[in-house]
Design a protein around this ligand. Sequence first.
Ligand SMILES: *Cc1c(COP(=O)(O)O)cnc(C)c1O
Length: 367
Amino acid sequence: MIKSLDYVSSIKPYVPGKPISELERELGITGSIKLASNENPLGPSPKAAKAIKNFLKNASEIGRYPDGGGHYLRSALAEKLSSKKVSVAIDNIILGNGSNELLDIAVRTFIGPGDEAVMAAPSFVVYSMAVRSVGGVAIEVPLIEYRHDLLKMAEAVSSKTKIVFIANPNNPTGTMNSKDEFKKFMKLIPDGVLVVLDEAYYEYVCDKDYPDTLKYFAEGRDVLILRTFSKIYGLAGLRIGYGITAKEIAAEMNKLREPFNTNTIAQIAALNALVDKKHVKNSVEANEEGKAYLYRELESMGLKYVPTETNFIYMPLNIDSAKVSDALLKKGVIIRPVGPKEIRVTIGLPEENRRFIEAFKTVLTSF
Ligand SMILES: *Cc1c(COP(=O)(O)O)cnc(C)c1O
C-alpha cells in the first residue's frame, strides 16, 4: 500500500474529547456529562441561536456558496477591535474554520522542510502536529511552574526559526504570562520571526496583568493574534475563529486559505454572538462561580490544582491519569487525561461540577 511521508507517519493522531453520544453508546448509559473540551456550558449566545433559526427558515440559501471573504464579520471584528490606540482594518482580519485552521495556514505559509518553530511543552498539541505535517521541526521548551518559560523560548530561537507559538492562557495548564514578561520576550524576538499568539480563552481572563497584544500588532511587529468563537461564544460546532495581523501577512496566508473556508451559518452566528455582551458577561460570571466551587472542593479533598485564567482546571495527580479518566467515564463523566499523571477538567454548570466532584471522590477511594 502507498506509504505516507515519513514526517506524516511519525505524527501521533490528535485524540479529541469523547462525544457524549459515543460514550453512552459504548457503555449503554444515559445522562453523562462532558467536561473534556472546554466548551461553554451555557451553550451559544441566545442571539446567535436566534439568528441561526431565522436564517434556517429559508434554508434554500444554503444552496449558495458562503461569502468567501466573510465581509460583514471581518468588518464587525475590525470595528470592535479598533480603539483610540489601535486601528484594525478589515484587511488585518483573516477568518478560519476554527482558529485551528489558521494555525495550520500560518504553518503552511511560513514553514518549509527543516524550518523550526518554537513552542512550549505541554501546550496545545496542534502546534507540533501542524509543524511536523510540513516537515518542519518542533522545538519544545518545557513549562516552568506550569507557565511558558518565555526567556528560554526566546533563547531557543535560531536562524531556522520561523514561528514561535504562545498559548496565553496556556492549554492544558490554564496559566498566563504577564504583560511585563511578554514585553521582555518581544524585545528578544528578531524581525522575520512570526509570534503566533493563541488567545482562545481571551474573554475568560480576569487578571489585570494580561498582555494587550494588539499593541504589538499596532507597532508593526510580526504577530498573528488568534481568537475563536469556539470557547466563550459557544459556537465550537460551527467552526469559526479569526486572526489579527499585518495586511501583508494576512494576504500571504489568504493565498493558502480555501476560498470558502468558513460557512454561511458560522458567519451569521459569529456576527450575532459578537454583539451579545450579556452572554459573554454571564459566561465569565458562571465560570468564576464554578471555579470557586471546584477550588474549594479540591482543597477540601487535599488535591493539588493549578489556578486558572480559563474555563478549565489542570490537576497534577500522583496516580495514573488514564485510569482515573476511565473510571470517571464509567460513571458518565468525561474529562481529559493530558499527561501521564495529569488531568484537565472543564468548568461546567453547577450541577455538572457537583457530579464531577462526587464521581471523583468515589473514584479516588479505589486508588
Ligand atoms: C480550543 C483551542 C483552540 C481552537 O479552537 P478552534 O475551535 O479551532 O477555534 C486553539 N487554541 C487553544 C489553546 C485552544 O484551547
